[in-house]
Ligand binder design. Structure first.
Ligand SMILES: [Zn+2]
Length: 178
């Protein structure tokens, strides 16, 4: 349950077990729609977690807040909440990207190391074309693989945890002030 999984896969979506109720899938989709201009920032939203609600709902399907409780449904999603989602995604993608770049840098170093240490491939051996082919293959295959593994797996895990941590802090401040 606490094991983070790929949050882009709907079937195994990671549901964090913390005190921040952001973001339900439908809220995330709605904010993406508002950002793209395909959805209006107007409707009925949970007064606690801002999940879109149907007008006759008595209880939020995401956080369980009652619509006649202390936090009444609202008609718009606050700008701060939309900024929090944008910040979360920015944090995630910049961490994933830096892991992917690290993968490419490792591949470049390994390719250079091969060219400079394997006698058959060394510049003075005269096997320039073979050396170039080996260098390119290591770079393309190794670089892609490492970038995928580091960025896609490790980067994704670290990115999600870091972004979620930032989100929790922002949510606590926002929640205390609203
Ligand atoms: Zn809710």
């Amino acid at each position: 349950m606490t094991q983070p999984t790929n949050q882009y896969n709907e079937d195994v979506r990671y549901h964090p077990d913390d005190d921040c109720p952001l973001f339900s899938e439908s809220l995330e989709e709605h904010i993406v729609g508002i950002t793209r201009g395909t959805l209006p920032n107007h409707g009925t939203f949970c007064g606690n977690c801002y999940t879109p609600l149907s007008p006759d709902t008595a209880k939020c399907p995401h956080c369980g807040a009652l619509t006649d409780g202390s936090r009444r449904p609202v008609e718009t999603i606050p700008d701060e909440v939309m900024a929090m989602l944008r910040d979360q995604r920015k944090t995630e993608s910049s961490i994933v990207n830096s892991f992917a770049y690290a993968g490419f840098i490792i591949a470049i170093c390994f390719a250079l190391w091969l060219i400079l240490t394997v006698p058959y491939l060394r510049p003075e051996s005269g096997h320039l074309i073979t050396a170039t082919v080996v260098f390119s293959l290591v770079l393309i295959i190794g670089g892609r693989t490492l970038a995928g593994v580091l960025g896609g797996y490790y980067g994704d895990h670290v990115a999600y945890e870091r972004a979620r941590k930032r989100l929790r802090l922002k949510w606590t401040a926002f929640s205390a002030a609203r």
